[in-house]
Design a protein around this ligand. Structure first.
Ligand SMILES: *Cc1c(COP(=O)(O)O)cnc(C)c1O
Length: 471
């Protein structure tokens, strides 16, 4: 292909190219259940396939597309596969995937009101939907879509610090449990706190933050003249789905004037179901909540979200008024989302959330989440009935941990750890399911996160049979 300075394809070429891409995506949605969810390759194998200098001369667009379809999209894990149980799966949905395509196709700048009033408005509207679901004050409250839960946690901590400490945070202390997600520590480090400003509070036998130890730590810090700044409570730990005692934590926060941040990146979606909403009770008392629509709100990557009780907390933390943005400030009700978070140029994340909820209706999402919670409970019942398997941490917000521990065999802990590790490795190497281990109370256990609404109890049974074959 000769040099193409305008970087264009003809109208016909664009259509052919785009239709082919849509066909490829639809084919993937249609056949993904029959594919293997796991595939991996070494760096060497990947280098052999892809490593080259940037080509000066272009080539046929369809050929590049075919090469990518055949070689790139085949060498990925399928996080939306019904037997992808590990980490937090990404079930996604087709409508949102297409919405992302539209947002990118129109290259919507979702930073300021003037740049795209409708984009800002849809972010306001969808954030309002979420505020209402979480029983946050809709008028006063606010929020912002981020790349994911990590950025939402970081945004929350910067906001908490700005509101509680101003410029001097040298005496501030942050509290979290030993089950808190690593992204919080990463955020704390990124924004310049020292390690000595963090208290990792042990958890009890049910993996909840020990309340007594939390109180002790706060009391001691105050006696030493430090400033308890923020408690990061978990609403669905990644390991076990455990929700900290949010109501009790909110009481401490209130009494001690501490910021209450809830990391509900994993568990937030549970608010859509009756059972889940009960487990999350107290979340409405938080100052800020991280949720992660690309997990249990079934959105494709990337979309995270931070909700806050008072939208002014975001604007007073993140507004900067450089001279080149003077003409676009607008009035206060017309939100410039670049004033509510770190990013200036932002992709239009609200669109997929908006279109998928408008298309399927909230009820479909509620049913999906309820189905997931029930599925985890059915899985627990199945495991309890079996002679070979033992539940280590019961079904909680669609996460269940279990291990192979056959009755009558009297294996030592060491042997059990080894067998369970071997099972996980066998399953993963087979490519047929993704089921990795985690460590709970020093035991190697298998962890299933069942948030895919297309996973069936049959899938789970087949996976347990697969596990049995590696013993
Ligand atoms: C996944 C997760 C995060 C991080 O979110 P990303 O979207 O991966 O950045 C933070 N906290 C919890 C509890 C999580 O499960």
């Amino acid at each position: 292909m000769k040099s193409n300075r305008s970087l264009t394809l003809s109208k016909e070429e664009m259509k052919e190219y785009g239709y082919r891409i849509v066909d490829t995506i639809v084919e993937h949605f249609d056949t993904q259940n029959e594919k293997n969810p796991f595939s991996t390759a070494s760096r060497k194998e990947m280098d052999n396939l892809f490593l080259e200098d940037a080509p000066e001369q272009g080539m046929d667009a369809m050929k590049v597309l075919d090469f990518v379809t055949d070689n790139v999209l085949s060498e990925i894990n399928i996080a939306s596969h019904p037997k992808f149980y590990s980490f937090v799966p990404g079930p996604s949905n087709y409508v949102s995937a297409m919405a992302d395509t539209l947002a990118t196709g129109f290259n919507v700048f979702s930073g300021g009101w003037i740049a795209s009033a409708a984009a800002a408005e849809l972010e306001i509207v969808t954030i309002n939907w979420l505020l209402k679901l979480f029983k946050f004050p809709v008028k006063k409250g606010g929020g912002i879509f981020t790349s994911g839960g990590s950025m939402a946690n970081l945004t929350a901590l910067v906001t908490a610090r700005r509101q509680k400490c101003g410029d001097d945070f040298s005496k501030a202390v942050i509290y979290m449990s030993d089950q808190t997600h690593s992204s919080n520590i990463k955020a704390i480090r990124t924004i310049g706190f020292k390690k000595s400003q963090v208290r990792i509070i042990p958890t009890d036998l049910e993996f909840k933050m020990s309340f007594n130890k939390l109180k002790n730590a706060i009391a001691r810090d105050k006696l030493e003249g430090l400033q308890p700044l923020c408690i990061i409570a978990n609403a669905g730990t990644t390991n076990t789905g455990t929700v900290d005692d949010l109501r009790e934590i909110s009481k401490i926060c209130k009494a001690e004037d501490i910021w209450m941040h809830v990391d509900a990146a994993y568990g937030g979606g549970a608010i859509l179901s009756e059972k889940g909403a009960k487990v999350l009770r107290g979340i409405e008392k938080a100052d800020s909540v991280t949720i992660d629509p690309h997990k249990w709100f079934y959105q494709p990557y990337e979309i995270g979200c931070l909700l806050v009780r008072n939208h002014k907390w975001l604007s007073s933390t993140f507004s900067e008024r450089p001279e080149y943005l003077r003409d676009v400030e607008g009035n206060e009700s017309e939100i410039n989302f670049y004033d509510h978070g770190v990013q200036l140029t932002r992709r239009f994340r609200a669109l997929k959330f908006y279109m998928s909820i408008k298309t399927f209706g909230l009820q479909s999402f509620r049913d999906a989440v309820s189905y997931n919670i029930d599925l985890a409970e059915q899985t627990e019942a199945l495991i309890r009935k079996s002679k070979n398997w033992e539940v280590v941490s019961p079904a909680t917000l669609a996460v269940i941990n279990f291990r192979y521990n056959p009755i009558g065999k009297n294996c030592t802990e060491k042997e059990l750890d080894k067998i369970n590790q071997q099972i996980s490795e066998g399953v993963t190497a087979s490519g047929k399911a993704v089921l990795v281990t985690t460590i709970l109370q020093d035991q190697v256990v298998l962890r299933m996160c069942l948030i895919n609404p297309r996973t069936t109890i049959e899938d789970v049974k087949e996976t347990l049979n697969l596990c049995n074959s590696f013993v």
